[in-house]
Structure formats: structure tokens, C-alpha cells
Write a protein that binds this ligand. Structure first.
Ligand SMILES: NC(=O)c1ccc[n+]([C@@H]2O[C@H](COP(=O)([O-])OP(=O)(O)OC[C@H]3O[C@@H](n4cnc5c(N)ncnc54)[C@H](OP(=O)(O)O)[C@@H]3O)[C@@H](O)[C@H]2O)c1
Length: 231
């Protein structure tokens, strides 16, 4: 039991009190990961973790704890960034000194127009190319950035009674870093890992989210994506 505990990978989620962070936390805790939810307010992080734990099915091996964003960034080597685009750069500046060399930052941020008062069915132009590439410019040396999970709905993640029917495009400049995310994808029933290539391809993947939000509005659903022709 002790060995099992030690071998469990820790995942910190910055902005883990939000919808997407909580959905991922639930799924990964059920899969056996140790999750730490970060918040600007450590007390909110702890309270969020407390209420999330009550949602875990009995027998769940994974754990959910919470606290401040900086504490979250410091305690895991896999750190997920799950904040609205308007908060992305300020949050990275806040946690920058806490990120340890060798950390992989998994960015789920989508630069949607509501960040500047616009529509959720549109993406913003980002000077760096995409939200993920903007993160890559802001992390300290020794921290790598990959992006994934932009096309999966928080509502679908949170509903543990259903599988998550969605392909997850993982983008990053090193294949080894993309592959680090594979177990996280494959631990969620119904999710399929797809190697999305370089980080710049996040420009396409992030834009799909705006398209999916439009589909959700028109079809009153929570759409995901499936790519055909890949076994
Ligand atoms: N929701 C979805 O279905 C979905 C799907 C795919 C991708 N995404 C992307 O995932 C990211 C997170 O989405 P979400 O729906 O979880 O967002 P959210 O619930 O609006 O916010 C997530 C967390 O970010 C922190 N935050 C909010 N505003 C902030 C600000 N101005 N400055 C600093 N921190 C702030 C808050 O945590 P504290 O107040 O506790 O610090 C909040 O709980 C977004 O970029 C979104 O586009 C979302």
C-alpha cells in the first residue's frame, strides 16, 4: 500500500477551483492520481478540494487536496494551467518562481473573446501565436510547455456516470513531453491520445474550442471532437 502511495503521480492544477480544473481533477483522482488544486486564495483551494473529495466514488485511490497557486506550482512536476485567458499571463508571473526545473506545464487555456468582453464563439489573436505559445514565453528556463484538453467540456468531465467521448490533441515541441501527457489522457475513459505535433499547432486546437462552443449553443449539447482514419 505504501509503495502504491509513493508511485502515484502528483498533478497540480493552477486555477483548479474552476470548472475545467475541477472536471480534470475528478477524472484523474478517480484514475488514482494525487491532485492538488491551486487558487489565488489558499483557503478557497482547500475548500474546493474538500467539496470535490465528497464527489469521489467510494474506493477511489487518488486524492484531492488544495491550497495556493504558488504552493501548487512548487509541489508537482506536472502542473496544469486552467485559468481564463485574461488571467493566464498574470497567473504565470505569480507562480513563475515556484515552478521547479524539469516541470512540465500542461496548458488548457483558450484565448476566447470574453477576455475582452466579446463572444465565446470567437478566439482572440495572440501575438505569440496561441495561448500555449504565450505560456512558453512566460515560463522560466527548464520548464517545458505542452497543451491539451482544450476541446473537452468541463460539464462532460464532471459527469462521472458517462465516458468522455473526445480525442485529445497534445501539442508540444518535444515528442517526449507530449508522451508524458499520454497516461493522463488514457486514464480518462473515452479519451483518445493524439500526437498533435509542435506547440504552434495549438493555434488550430484552441480555435476549435470556439467552434465547439458555437455548436454547443446551436445543438444544445457539449460537443467534443473525433478524428477519423487513425487506428
Ligand atoms: N470550462 C470548459 O468547459 C473549458 C473547456 C476547455 C477549455 N477551457 C479553458 O480552460 C481554462 C479554464 O476554464 P474554466 O471554465 O475552468 O475557467 P473559470 O472557471 O472561469 O476559472 C478558473 C479559475 O481561474 C481563476 N481565475 C478566474 N479569473 C481570474 C483572474 N482574473 N485572475 C486570476 N485567476 C482567475 C479562478 O480561481 P481562483 O479564484 O480560485 O484563483 C477560477 O476558479 C480557460 O482558459 C478555458 O478557456 C475550459
Amino acid at each position: 500500500m505504501e509503495t502504491e502511495q509513493k508511485d502515484r503521480q502528483q498533478i497540480a492544477i493552477i486555477g483548479g477551483t474552476g470548472d475545467q480544473g475541477k472536471g480534470l481533477a475528478l477524472r484523474w483522482a478517480v484514475a488514482g492520481y494525487e491532485i492538488f488544486l491551486g487558487s489565488r486564495d489558499p483557503e478557497r483551494g482547500r475548500a474546493s478540494a474538500d467539496s470535490m473529495r465528497s464527489l469521489l466514488p467510494s474506493g477511489t485511490k487518488g486524492t484531492i487536496d488544495g491550497g495556493g497557486n504558488a504552493e501548487a506550482a512548487a509541489r508537482a512536476r506536472l502542473v496544469v494551467l486552467a485559468v481564463p485567458f485574461a488571467a493566464q499571463a498574470p497567473t504565470l508571473r505569480e507562480i513563475r518562481d515556484s515552478l521547479q526545473p524539469g516541470t512540465l506545464l500542461l496548458d488548457v487555456t483558450v484565448p476566447l473573446e470574453p477576455a475582452v468582453g466579446g463572444r465565446p464563439t470567437r478566439v482572440l489573436g495572440v501575438w505569440a501565436g496561441s495561448a500555449a505559445e504565450q505560456s512558453a514565453e512566460l515560463v522560466p528556463e527548464g520548464v517545458a510547455v505542452v497543451s491539451a484538453f482544450q476541446n473537452v467540456s468541463a460539464k462532460v468531465l464532471a459527469d462521472l456516470t458517462h465516458t468522455v467521448e473526445c480525442d485529445i490533441l497534445v501539442c508540444g515541441d518535444a515528442k517526449a513531453h507530449r508522451e508524458q501527457v499520454r497516461p493522463l489522457v488514457e486514464s480518462i475513459p473515452g479519451c483518445r491520445y493524439l500526437d498533435g505535433g509542435v506547440l504552434a499547432n495549438s493555434r488550430i486546437v484552441e480555435a476549435w474550442t470556439a467552434l465547439l462552443i458555437g455548436l454547443n449553443i446551436r445543438y444544445k449539447t457539449h460537443a467534443g471532437i473525433r478524428i477519423t482514419g487513425i487506428e
